[in-house]
Design a protein around this ligand. Sequence first.
Ligand code: DX5
Ligand code: ZN
Length: 243
Amino acid sequence: MKREPQAVKIAPSILAGDFGHLADEAKKAEQAGADSLHLDIMDGHFVPNLTMGSQAVSAINRATNLFLDVHLMIYNPFDYIERFVQAGADSITFHMEATEDVEETLAYIRKCNIRAGLAFNPETSVSMIPKYLDKCDMILLMTVNPGFGGQKFIEKVLDKVQFTRDLCNQLNIRAGGVTLKDNSSTGHQLPPFDIQVDGGITHLNVRRCVEAGANVIVAGTSLFKSPNFADAIKQMRQSAEGH
Ligand code: DX5
Ligand code: ZN
């Protein structure tokens, strides 16, 4: 299927930043030209690691104007939505594997007037994606097993990315899960549906993610640990766009 050119959004993951200076790290990402900031929340149960809670998100929110993309890797995400909304989350993504109340959780996040994302682990079947595409604002396809930064990119997830983008195209689903009823030129001004990839992404594999259909790129190690943040974002963007 022919793919339309996409504006790629780059979201540095602060997990690879210095936790002693989260506010400064957020400012650094903003000054370097990030499109949003990705915040990894882990509970030590859903994944074998602990990171930060809503107070840290609130402190980051006070330090930056960046769009805050909160990635919950926790069980019972529903119970924590309100506190992350109050802390300044602009979008909340939770894992399909972490709750039985996927629809209720997506609906509640949207009711709080922020964007709702649904994440899938590399091994999780994509068979449920069609059911939720029009009920969320973003699908996150993990390109590593969640829990830690600095892991190796899992290539085979690209098939799932492609499956999801093809589905959006077939069903005419655009940004925000809106289904276009016709192919009028006005309708096409609506940006594409957001498909995010997260884990092990560098300027060397980002193009393959975009070619498969991803348009939101999360990168921790390859951006925060680079000698020059702004150059690293620029290089990631250029590689993503195929330059
Ligand atoms: C992993 C997290 C990722 C992680 C990505 O569980 O969801 O956001 O920070 O880090 P890198 O880019 O280092 O793989
Ligand atoms: Zn993440």
